[in-house]
Write a protein that binds this ligand. Structure first.
Ligand SMILES: [Mn+2]
Length: 322
């Protein structure tokens, strides 16, 4: 495969858009040399003809645009991680831009997304994916076919186990169902469930039959994140998928389906640090931010803070760079 073909997988952030934290842009994935790689995956698979241009497609740009808010600079002390982000170590961080779509081929975007994530993994880098709706976790997880096994740590208000909606099997209500069908996915924990969403009893039963550990939000609010950690095997390789609505709407107001009673920033930050201490995080996505509904950029800033907490924790655990 030529590097020209690879380069078409991704494109720079929209005109005038800055990269994540002003990290260097790296869209030639055939020559990728990095330890950490941000990747925007803007498009899911729509359920209706008016959904391809949903609000969430603008989230990668919205998160990048808040870079100056979620970090004052790489040399500043970050109290969440206990020092400057990279701790003076040789860790290469890049922004790979956004996965390209093809107006003549609706499935091209997922194919490109899977190949882009696979290229990042092949380069030995940690993918940090910004969606897009929750459908984008499907191609992201498919990229781990030769990079497994992975245990999925899912934060969401919703179960996301629908087999299909309107005949669509790879939309935002189905990512964890599709994940359960991937042989390289070793298991999952689903944290933050509450209220009602797309799941009927049949989906809950199917998730439990698969072996998913379902942790309602109230259990975490009452007992702390340790309640969720009890379901996560030590020494495993974790893929973390965070639906913005898994956090409380006061923390992530910019979502399509706000549900009261969600996790606080404190819980999810603690989860990420605990995963780094417990095993190896091999990828993370933050999805379902709807920028037009955001308040003062809080959701985008929170997403950025979560991603930086993972990087900062992994740096200090000696898991990134030389
Ligand atoms: Mn979801």
């Amino acid at each position: 495969m030529t590097s020209t073909t690879w380069a078409r997988l991704v494109e720079p952030p929209h005109a005038g858009g800055r990269t994540f934290l002003d990290w260097p842009l790296a869209i030639d994935l055939a020559r990728l040399e990095a330890d950490v790689a941000v990747l925007g995956i803007p498009f899911g698979v729509p359920y209706r003809s008016d959904q391809p241009t949903n609000d969430q497609i603008d989230a990668p740009e919205a998160v990048r645009a808040q870079s100056g808010q979620f970090s004052d600079g790489p040399d500043h002390h970050d109290f969440d991680v206990g020092g400057p982000l990279l701790d003076g170590r040789a860790v290469t961080c890049v922004d790979c831009g956004d996965v390209t779509d093809d107006v003549d081929d609706a499935s091209a975007h997922y194919r490109n997304a899977e190949r882009a994530v696979r290229a990042i993994l092949g380069a030995g880098a940690l993918p940090l994916v910004i969606g897009g709706d929750h459908g984008v976790t499907i191609p992201a997880l498919r990229a781990y076919r030769d990079h497994g096994p992975v245990f999925v740590v899912h934060v969401d208000a919703h179960l996301d186990w629908r087999d299909e909606v309107n005949g669509v099997r790879e939309g935002y209500s189905s990512p964890l169902r599709r994940a359960s069908e991937m042989p390289w996915v070793s298991g999952m924990v689903q944290i933050g469930m509450r209220g009602t969403g797309s799941a009927r009893q049949a989906e809950v039963d199917a998730a439990r039959a698969y072996g998913s550990a379902i942790v309602p939000a109230i259990d975490v609010l009452d007992g702390g994140i340790a309640v969720a950690l009890a379901h996560i095997p030590a020494g495993a390789r974790y893929y973390v998928t965070i639906d913005a609505d898994g956090l409380d709407p006061s923390v992530m107001p910019g979502v399509m389906a706000p549900v009261p009673g969600g996790l606080l920033f404190h819980h999810v930050r603690g989860l990420l640090h605990a995963l780094v201490a417990r095993g190896r995080v091999v990828g993370m996505d933050v999805v379902e931010i709807a920028p037009s509904r955001d308040v003062n950029g809080i959701s985008a800033i929170t997403a950025g803070r979560l991603l930086l907490n993972l990087v900062g924790a992994m740096v200090r655990a000696g898991q990134l760079g030389g």
